[in-house]
Design a protein around this ligand. Sequence first.
Ligand code: EPU
Length: 334
Amino acid sequence: MKRIENYDLSNQNTFRMKVKAALYIEYDNVEELQSLDLKALPQPVFHMGAGSNLLFTKDFPGTILHSNIKFIKYVDMGLDEVLLTVGSGVVFDDLIANVAGNGLWGMENLSLIPGEVGAAAVQNIGAYGVEAKDVISGVVCLDTKDWTKTVFKVGECAYGYRDSRFKHERGRYIITSVLFRVTRKYSPKLDYGGVRAALEGRDLQALTPMDVREAIIGIRNAKLPDPAQIGSAGSFFKNPVISREHFERFATPETPHYDLPDGTVKVPAAWLIDQCGFRGKVLGGAQVYEKQPLVIVNASGSASLEDVLALENQIIAAVQERYEITLHPEVDHI
Ligand code: EPU
């Protein structure tokens, strides 16, 4: 177990904000976690993953917990379905490389999303028509009330768009491992946006999960900043869902949108932000990413929190003013 006071978090948040935590604890297994007396630690206690969806808004006065539980174990190799259990500290993309490399379908569309397995199950990460909940079978947690082990079936996790019970009952449960269900059965999901186009000319019947993984990596690299090169936390805002009547008040035939089954309309936040003139906009060290206006980047490498928050607020105000739509951050503000 690692236990470090006055811990520098600069390299542990992909936004690269220069912040410190009063105490940082990284545990290697469930028993180490259970040995902690949370109430005796500097408060508040916050559990983080890889820090790829966080914006620290100031130095953190309490304790940061981090899982270093790393295992990938195939537990049930059925004829079609395969079940595996994975430690919460495993890098999600390493898991996908492993699963897709074994010829198993289900996770490949989530390739290259930064972050770790525990956080993926909290956030219900999603991309290219697949969400984490589609491959999760169950979530194994410790209840911080008394350190008892609790297992939630996927149906008990209240999963929604970037949402789950773990976000609403924040701090109550710590995820230690996740059960995933994937399949040997040929089942590529190519119907989202540019996925099929990226595979043009290929014999679709001969596709492997690795082929789709590579296509997704190509699409993401073309559009999203590489966290190793430039600080960001991926999409900064969620895509808003509005009523059809609201949509028709401003829409033209060219307005991008996706009709949802309940009659509401999802509008890409990137489009709204672009329309308001923010693409590429610089504020101090922060910038709206040129290739994808849904992303705010730490362009200078030394953007201040004030720069990022001011840019965020300007975007929210402009979209509100012009479209009467309130954008909500997708990135957690800590
Ligand atoms: N959509 C569809 N069908 C399509 C295309 C888009 O239903 O064929 C919907 C999706 O529900 C999506 C929205 O329209 O939420 C906008 O889609 P777009 O492809 O323009 O992507 P985006 O808004 O730029 C979202 C995610 C990304 C994810 C991409 C690809 C959010 C906030 N962002 O971005 O996730 O990689 O879709 O699926 O939903 C992240 O969360 O950090 C992130 C990068």
